[in-house]
Design a protein around this ligand. Structure first.
Ligand code: THU
Length: 157
């Protein structure tokens, strides 16, 4: 028997201004995307943006439905849209932010979105860097879904 330990390494920026330009632009695209959220039930607007291997940035936002489970998170809206439009381009990075009661707020991908991120990593053979907006305008950067979804399912099919 052996007890093991997982270490998660991540970075926090104090503000958008501290980020490298390309990453700041990605987060700004996610912030812009909150404006297209359709969230009449939760009133929690989420914006996401993905950056593809060629630098293309695509946006997504949460899309709710009166039959609640039929809605979709901003992250999966952006990821699925990128795959539908650019099926051969790897997803390099994903940014996510919430907007609630007139202000940007913290958002972090749910378990289902992490599972979908995991599939894109497997599919294209690269790690995805995630940027999450945090309280007070800080930004968390974390690379690799293995840190977000340890021991993820892989059927090796
Ligand atoms: N939501 C997202 O879009 N992304 C997340 O990371 C968490 C939650 C959405 C789902 C729902 O429309 C609203 O936020 C409130 O849960």
């Amino acid at each position: 028997m052996e007890n093991k330990e997982l270490v998660i390494v991540y970075t926090e920026y104090d503000s958008l201004q501290e980020m490298p330009q390309a990453d700041r632009q990605l987060m700004e695209a996610a912030m812009e995307a909150t404006k297209t959220a359709y969230a009449p039930y939760s009133h929690f607007h989420v914006g996401a943006a993905v950056r593809l291997a060629d630098g293309t940035i695509l946006r997504g936002s949460n899309q709710e439905n009166i039959a609640y489970p039929s809605g979709l998170c901003a992250e999966r809206t952006a990821l699925f849209s990128s795959s539908a439009q650019y099926p051969n381009l790897a997803v390099e990075a994903l940014a996510v932010v919430g907007f609630h009661e007139g202000a940007f707020t913290e958002a972090s991908p749910c378990g289902a979105c992490r599972q979908v991120m995991s599939e894109y990593e497997l599919r294209f053979g690269n790690e995805i860097t995630l940027f999450c907006y945090l309280a007070g305008g800080r930004i968390r950067r974390i690379t690799g879904v293995k840190s977000l979804l340890p021991f993820a399912f892989d059927a090796n099919l």
